[in-house]
Write a new protein. Sequence first.
Length: 301
Amino acid sequence: MHSYNLSHIKELESESIFVMREVAALFEKPVLMFSGGKDSIVMTHLAAKAFYPAKPPFPLLHIDTGHNFPETLEFRDRLVKKLGVQLEVKTVQESIDKGRVKEEKGPNASRNSLQIVTLLDALEALGADAALGGARRDEEKARAKERFFSHRDEFGQWDPKKQRPELWNLFNSKKEMGEHFRVFPLSNWTELDIWQYIAYEKIDLPVLYFTHEREVVNRNGTLLAKSDFISLLEGESYETKQIRFRTIGDMTCTGAVESKAFSVEDIVEEVAAARVTERGGRADDRRSETSMEDRKREGYF
């Protein structure tokens, strides 16, 4: 890694650690949202560094849709055991069983938007007043509107027009009863920054991120992995390809990319040359031009 890249990465690391320590100082019951993806893994790594030799002063919160990759859940459990941190798991299936949300029907059904209710219920049950997330501004145009501290009203809703200024990294954490904040310490990182940091820090990741053979179906340009949650449509068939995942979400909507990146160094080179964002293969983001912003207004991550 070039020295100028290393200097930049260390600067981003310091900024993120500063934000995490501010959260610990300003809020009573923060949680760190954990999906098992690379960004939440980097967040967990940063939290471990920020408060070392003590453990992070907040639990990890995973909203389990029930449609996760098995590799993601296996990695999550290994990491939690290794770090000795508290893990809170709330399931979309429980929300469905309680009648809080209704399962989508049809060939392209997804539980992605159903997470919103499960998350808001979880934050209320835990009494959380801040939720740390791994979103970055370069991911998607709605993400680009976020500040480090994102205020949410009593319904968990986000209003981009009411965001507070953050001059000189001064954060306004004032809120009313029932309100909370989403906090994004990785805001200024890019996908390439994340991978360079993973390479420098030698951070372990799920095997899904590296090239492997898997059966996939091409659905409207998105390569979906074979799973019990997907039914083939007329004319569709599975084929085995060498693929990897740039982002990890539900198996029903997370698209793979054909790749020959077998190592972190290979991925750094691949990402540097990429002309499509990592969420370009997410079927849930293609539902409408404003799908991400619509979900965020309702309480999404």
